[in-house]
Design a protein around this ligand. Structure first.
Ligand code: HEM
Length: 335
């Protein structure tokens, strides 16, 4: 198991941009905008995962093209964002364009990254990969990997009521621009990725016999869990170019490379659901056994990675332009 060693404690940036296709397929204008934005961002961040998300605001309708990008510093991101061509693109977007951005600028001291393979994925592109050492395989290890956990509980100050400040209306979309300006401290952003592309026939068979059903059930459980679970938003994404390895529901989980994005109310809520869900508890145990040094799949090629980031209130900036009602923080936060 590996993690990433950042070069400094300076904040890094996650920029998550999305363009929604409410009918599932882009119109000509949406396709042009997707290509234009793609050419504006390509080559600037340390890494981009270009993904499709099933659903716009909810999984039941449409798709979204998502750029999940990692920037080594806030300066790198700002230099790009302030380029004339980028500002011009963003400022001239029509009010019905269905584009959003969520910009997170956290401290590496409140982030953790763990992966089963040494090659870089996601946040692993922001530094060098090193062994996780003894900070793995026990409950609480994600928290322990964050340097600031020694002095900060990362507890949310939101009360236990579901966070639902934006009133649901009957409009199909929010016209114009919605910028969310107030966030609570300690929201927890989670990226969970799996890549099955390099599996041998034997490992794939083992995966189906031992893990496939329980992984899919666990993710379905996460999507179905109510607001009490502390999940503010969940997105099932995948990389279409990498092909599929199964043919079932939900479609997003059929792809060799898939990435789930979650916002939790705080890290405690993520830890709690991971420990309470019997399917995940069992899955975690069997995975550690099978892929551990003595396990049947020791040295296997499945690539799993997980990123967990605690965000202070001033480290989040989101804007939604003509997006489906209930997209992202429009559902959960006050404008
Ligand atoms: C999809 C979203 C997922 C969430 C929200 C999640 C959540 C969690 C949580 C909260 C923990 C405990 C961390 C701690 O106590 O510090 C954990 C550990 C673990 N989970 Fe998951 N999990 C997810 C997916 C998966 C999948 C798909 C697998 C396996 C195929 C998996 C296998 C594991 C393993 C092996 C550990 C122990 C990791 C370590 O010790 O470094 N999880 N997960």
């Amino acid at each position: 198991m590996y993690t990433v060693k950042f070069e400094s404690d300076e904040p890094f940036v996650y920029s998550v941009f999305g363009i929604q296709y409410p009918t599932g397929k882009p119109s000509k204008a949406q396709e042009d905008r997707t290509n234009e934005f793609n050419s504006l961002i390509t080559g600037y961040p340390s890494h981009i995962d270009c993904l499709m998300q099933d659903g716009c605001a909810s999984i039941s309708h449409g798709t979204t093209f998502v750029w999940l990008a990692y920037w080594k510093s806030s300066q790198n991101y700002q230099d790009w964002w302030n380029q004339k061509a980028v500002s011009h693109f963003w400022n001239s977007l029509p009010s019905d364009s269905g584009i959003w951005r969520e910009i997170l600028t956290p401290s590496p001291r409140r982030s953790q990254y763990g992966t089963s393979q040494e090659h870089e994925t996601g946040m692993g592109h922001l530094g060098s990969r090193v062994s996780l050492g003894d900070k793995a395989g026990y409950w609480g290890c994600y928290r322990d990997r964050m340097a600031d956990s020694a002095t900060d509980t990362f507890a949310s100050h939101l009360n236990s009521e579901p966070v639902c400040l934006m009133k649901a209306g009957s409009r199909p979309s929010c016209p114009g621009r919605v910028q969310i300006t107030h966030y609570p401290d300690n929201l927890c952003f989670v990226v969970e990725g799996q890549d099955h592309s390099a599996l041998s026939a034997e490992e794939r068979e083992y995966w189906f016999e031992n893990f496939d059903a329980s992984v899919n059930q666990w993710i379905k459980d996460l999507l179905a869990s109510g607001p009490d679970s502390g999940i503010l938003d969940a997105r099932l994404c995948f990389e279409p170019e990498k092909g599929t390895f199964r043919n079932s529901e939900p479609r997003a989980l059929n792809y060799n490379k898939k990435v789930q994005l979650f916002y939790f109310k705080d890290l405690r809520h993520m830890e709690r659901i991971g420990r309470l869900n019997k399917g995940h508890v069992d899955l975690r145990k069997r995975f550690l056994e099978s892929y551990g040094p003595e396990g049947a799949m020791a040295g296997g090629n499945i690539c799993l990675w997980v990123e967990t980031t605690v965000l202070k209130a001033d480290e989040v900036e989101c804007e939604y332009i003509g997006c489906a009602e209930g997209t992202g923080f429009m559902r959960t936060m006050e404008c």
